[in-house]
Design a protein around this ligand. Sequence first.
Ligand code: MN
Length: 229
Amino acid sequence: MNNFVFEPPRVSSLPVHGSDARFPVGRVFCLGRNYQWGDVVSAEREVPAFFMKPATSVVDAVGEIAFPTQTEQFCHEIELVVAIGKDGYEVDAEDALDHVWGYAAGLDLTRRDLQVAAKAVGNPWEPAKAFDGSAPITPIRPAGRDGHGRQGAIWLRVNGVERQRADLDSQIWSVSEVISQLSHSVTLRAGDLIMTGTPPGVAALQPGDVINGGIDGIGEFEVRVGERR
Ligand code: MN
């Protein structure tokens, strides 16, 4: 028995690769720029901007993904997803991987036109980034079983044509550095996910497009973009 006025919201979760277990999702943190895109090359690494998606945006990267309302520029961003398995505050970078439970490949789906409009007037990005189904993610590979891959290709194709490709070792900020930075801002909790930024090549999707993406050694997926509602 409890005294909630209605049943608490359901817990979002992701499958664990090679297991019947599921990873319960708390918060979803996302980084802005974490690969060189060629348009802005600076000698100094700028601390990345973090933003969030709600746990309810997380869906399995299978089958059909919904085409969101309110956009004419629905864009893909393939990203390495870090799954946190241990709480931490002010974590040193050299200890940061102790807090990683596993890794996955995910899409930071974006209503780009809404993001551009928000940036232009200094508004928050949530309408562009935090909509329902905006984070399709593959099953999580446990680091305790499969290790911490620091390199490997990250890639995305639409209808068989490659649009994004990079290697994880070209990330501006390493996973350890990202965990350390974020943990100086908030207390990281087991269940948090961190989407670690996308390589260049982001572009718009159309209804019916088939997206293949993945990260070598971590996960691959294929999803189809649904019709406009
Ligand atoms: Mn992104």
